[in-house]
Design a protein. Structure first.
Length: 144
């Protein structure tokens, strides 16, 4: 079974810059696999906050992660600065598939890529709800 090649920067619609931290490195001298999921989560939520869709303190709708995946292509390590590319692959009634890639600053080819699937739910009941207009608008802007 052959793996798809790492994605190219030009296929992503939005980028978030993230500085690696000393604590991100593991005993093997590179960023530990679990840190990539934090980078993904940070990039998605920062985009939604900046786009005016997500109110983390008082919003009635929140995204719950129901699926994740990450493929690793090349090592990164502290003190690297990273650029996390974000695009939306699918917008459903109450769910969204975000595709993400981690690029060393200025690199054209990703060191890692993956996806998050969020289901949007009512904050209190935790039951799925249709995407509000503010979400749909911000997601459409980065739909690939």
């Amino acid at each position: 079974m052959s793996r798809p090649p790492p994605p190219h920067r030009t296929t992503y619609r939005h980028f978030t810059t993230i500085a690696t931290r000393w604590a991100d490195n593991d005993i093997y001298g590179h960023v530990n696999n679990v840190a990539y999921y934090a980078y993904f989560d940070t990039a998605v939520n920062r985009y939604l906050i900046e786009a005016g869709a997500l109110d983390i303190e008082a919003g009635q709708v929140i995204g719950v992660v129901v699926e994740t995946q990450c493929r690793y292509h090349a090592a990164v390590a502290f003190p690297d600065v990273l650029e996390v590319g974000v695009r939306v692959a699918r917008i459903g009634t109450s769910s969204v598939r975000f595709e993400l890639a981690v690029f060393p600053a200025g690199a054209d080819v990703a060191a890692a890529d993956g996806h998050f699937v969020h289901v949007y739910v009512d904050r209190l009941s935790r039951r799925p709800v249709p995407l509000p207009d503010a979400y749909r608008t911000s997601l459409t802007a980065i739909h690939a």
